[in-house]
Design a protein. Sequence first.
Length: 163
Amino acid sequence: MPYRVCFVCTGNICRSPMAESVFRARVEEAGLDGLIEVDSAGTGGWHEGDGADPRTITVLEANGYASDHTARQFQASWFSRLDLVIALDSGHLRDLRRLAPTPADAEKVRLLRSYDPAASADPDVPDPYYGRMDGFEECLEMVESASDGLLAATLEHVEGRAA
């Protein structure tokens, strides 16, 4: 059974699809596709059915990442099939833990930047939506910085399942 990771931001058109694309690339580079499944969602459904923000797509493609995305809203019922839910900021962390049906499900929710040992004291990936293009580039840098640590942590769980 694959280890399932879902990235969550507000509308699922900027940060979480960016994190999904970057982490999926890391999983594929490590030869772990099939063992780790990656997707994303938003805490709200405002953009459900839309593609990623064009600025997200531009930044991803300029850095060699694929982007094929349709926004959707996170559902509490998904906790039962997910192993890890990655919040992109503290507000998402709080909302997701509140949405979790059980304490064990709430424990599945983690902040992305907690996997980056070089992260500043601010645990959040800022929302670039209302800003300029450099905000999207900064978002990508933060996501990339945390992805290696996340992959290492995820790999421990995957190896534990195989043992």
